[in-house]
Design a binder for this molecule. Structure first.
Ligand code: AMP
Ligand code: MG
Length: 420
């Protein structure tokens, strides 16, 4: 799909039996994927959630002029009395957008509203609550400082400042910052096209009745949500039965349409053979053993110009492997600089069950105590088919491979979903 295809590379693990850590597997993927180079110019509204293609420098100062931070009186600092009071003549009024275009002399002041341009001659504002007004006279007391309540030109953003770096995901404040600088458009990285499908003879689409032994396909919906939230173009290829030809046709169609292909299911030991054969026939796919729970097995490779991720079928495993590998890969592909998020350490207020051996991504709820401290608790049962645990959770509790059962009160590392 991309104009210039990525270089031919091998994504094979060094040895088939080698178990990669989660970090090694992610790093290996990031090393292989070259970021997209195509850019497009979009209107400001459409730039929300997109990734900037280059750094943005300020073409002008924000604010563009010195202005008042308060409703009050603009005057010369030299006219503020050191003690006692002073009477100043009120010579005019400044409203936001309606400047006073004459010089304000010594002994004079102007009534000014928040955002009003500071008239020539003045350098200070006194709040209206601190002034006694007698017709066209303002009585000003001591104790005010020169320069008070003035917002200076360029104090938010100075001309030529770097305001937004390359590879930044644009949020609501960024749209405002760009608008404050007068930009109508923004250059962003092209959205990757991501084709996804579920495999399994037992899967039915919602809207159809369920016969015995069948279940509704949930993963295309979780994947749609995850992809949509990332700002890529999701391409839903439906449910593919456990048949060689159907899988092969779908993979080839996906490779022709997309930059990235995601399949779910069909890679576990019982079914692996025909999936492996089919994948092997259409592309270069490697099955990686990653020391994580949930999440095994996991396939990664290429089919023509598209990158392929074969995620495990259990619905929680699908989401965990997506969030640990596919999401950072897609963010990297889009040129996003912060391609994966922070981990925080917080006390866990419930006991956690874990057998040493693999890194675990348990589902947690981060919350605050009555006195404002962050704590996390388990969502409860942690089976890889318990998708409701992901719905209850707002974070993963990440337990290292060697860790065993933990008593309540243990410090644990978490990945908050919104920061992932
Ligand atoms: P598999 O990896 O294909 O062996 O699937 C593992 C388990 O996950 C099986 O119990 C499947 O029925 C279930 N599963 C696979 N794909 C989906 C899906 N898209 N939605 C819901 N459950 C699924
Ligand atoms: Mg299956």
């Amino acid at each position: 799909m991309t104009a210039a295809g990525p270089p031919p590379v091998s994504c094979a693990a060094p040895e088939a039996t080698h178990v990669l850590t989660v970090d090694e597997a992610r790093q290996r993927i990031l090393n292989l994927l070259p970021p997209l180079t195509e850019r497009e110019t979009v209107g400001l509204y459409d730039s929300l959630g997109r990734i900037t293609a280059h750094a943005v420098r300020a073409p002008r100062d924000v604010p563009p002029f010195d202005n008042s931070a308060m409703d009050g009186y603009a005057l010369r600092g030299a006219d503020i009395p050191a003690e006692g009071q002073r009477e100043l003549r009120i010579v005019g009024t400044v409203l936001a957008g309606k400047p006073y275009d004459r010089l304000v002399d010594a002994g004079a002041c102007v009534r000014i509203m928040t955002g009003g341009v500071l008239p020539e001659g003045t350098d200070s504002v006194i709040m209206q609550e601190d002034v006694i007004r007698l017709d066209d006279i303002a009585v000003v007391g001591a104790g005010h400082k020169t320069g008070n309540h003035v917002r200076h030109a360029g104090e938010d953003i100075a001309q030529h400042d770097l305001v937004i770096s390359a590879g930044k995901r644009l949020g609501p404040a960024d749209l405002g910052v760009l608008a404050s600088l007068g930009f109508t458009h923004c250059e962003v990285v092209r959205r990757p096209r991501v084709a996804y499908f579920s495999t399994g003879d037992e899967l039915r689409p919602v809207g159809e009745p369920l016969s015995t032994g069948c279940l509704y396909d949930s993963s295309r919906y979780t994947l749609y949500g995850l992809l949509h939230q990332l700002g890529v173009m999701p391409i839903d290829l439906g449910i593919v039965p456990d048949q060689r030809q159907a899988l092969r046709d779908t993979l080839l169609r996906a490779a022709a349409e997309a930059d990235v292909i995601i399949s779910t299911g069909g890679v576990s030991v019982g079914e692996a053979d025909f999936v492996r054969d089919t994948l092997g026939a259409v592309g270069e796919i490697h099955f990686w053993r990653v020391g994580m729970k949930p999440g095994r097995p996991f396939a990664f490779g290429r089919i023509e110009q598209a990158w392929f991720f074969g995620l495990p079928g259990n619905p929680v495993s699908t989401m965990v492997t997506f969030l640990q590998f596919v999401q950072p890969a897609l963010r990297h592909l889009m040129g996003e600089q912060r391609a994966h998020g922070h981990r925080l350490r917080v006390p866990c207020i419930t006991t956690l069950k874990k057998a040493p051996g693999r890194m675990e991504f348990q589902r947690g709820i981060l919350e605050s105590t009555a006195d404002g401290h962050a704590v996390v608790r388990s969502t409860g049962a942690q089976g890889s088919a318990i998708l409701s645990s992901m719905s209850k959770a707002n974070c993963f509790i990440v337990l290292p491979a060697e860790c065993g059962d933990l008593p309540a009160g243990s410090l644990v590392e978490i990945q908050v979903f919104t920061l992932l």
